[in-house]
Design a protein around this ligand. Structure first.
Ligand code: NI
Length: 247
């Protein structure tokens, strides 16, 4: 019941986000004007495209701080899926994310595969992290991203919240090549994509900010996962998986 109330609250928040999106009009206008001259006939190319940047495996004080600074300078909100055991000592970073409009989710307590776990082991990863986040932030409305994107019926049954996967993955952890990561994402990005990056590598932070600048030029506007779902009139359901929010 408590859970149901939380999700009702969450849906209300999502609807509110949809209603106040015009508040972000300045940013939208900026993105549009960079993509198209003021006197241009509005074509498909000039239409605003919406996209979500997501970051896994943080927080890490050095790189996450640099990323938050860069996103703040650009007026961009993102979604962070956090590792529970990395939260102690970094609570101020979480509160900053919250205050600056970013969304926060669960990426397990110490980055294990959730498939095949029994109820107690699942709870020790997901519920424990949910408690850590709740204690740091005072609310309890977190999405889940399972490590490696591994989902089975047990994960869906026990998640207790929507499960967010992704549609663009440059595998930024692999060669840590900023140019390649930027090219991978910018050349593939479509309206409604969910981009996966990791804010624990300096190369990924640099790539993320270059991706933001390049996609702004192409008329993209960055939203949190909840905001993007709300724009697509989707009410996210606990235990359901989402790979993208295409129109
Ligand atoms: Ni991960």
């Amino acid at each position: 019941m408590v859970l149901r109330l939380e999700w009702k609250k969450m849906t209300m928040l999502a609807l509110t986000a949809a209603l106040i999106l015009p508040w972000a009009g300045a940013g939208l206008q900026k993105a549009r004007s960079e993509a198209c001259p003021a006197d241009a006939v509005l074509t498909q190319e000039c239409e605003l495209k919406l996209i979500a940047l997501t970051f896994d495996d943080g927080p890490r004080r050095s790189t996450t701080t640099e990323l938050l600074d860069g996103l703040a300078q650009r007026g961009v909100r993102a979604t962070f899926f956090l590792i529970g055991e990395q939260v102690p000592g970094n609570e101020d970073l979480l509160r900053r994310m919250d205050e600056e409009g970013h969304q926060i989710g669960i990426h397990t307590y110490d980055h294990v595969m959730l498939t095949g776990l029994n109820a107690a082991d699942f709870s020790a990863q997901v519920d424990r992290t949910r408690t850590v986040l709740k204690n740091a932030l005072g609310h309890n409305d977190f999405l889940l991203r399972p490590p490696y994107g591994m989902v089975d019926d047990g994960v869906k049954r026990r998640a207790g919240c929507p499960i967010i996967l992704w549609s663009v993955d440059p595998e930024d952890w692999d060669d840590k090549n900023t140019d390649r990561i930027v090219e991978h994402v910018v050349s593939r990005a479509k309206d409604g994509d969910i981009i996966l990056l990791h804010d624990i590598y300096p190369t990924s932070v640099e790539a993320a900010l270059r991706i933001v600048d390049a996609l702004h030029q192409k008329g993209f506007y960055f939203l949190t996962v909840d905001e993007l779902a709300a724009q697509r009139r989707l009410s996210l359901k606990a235990g359901s998986t989402y790979l993208n929010f295409y129109p």
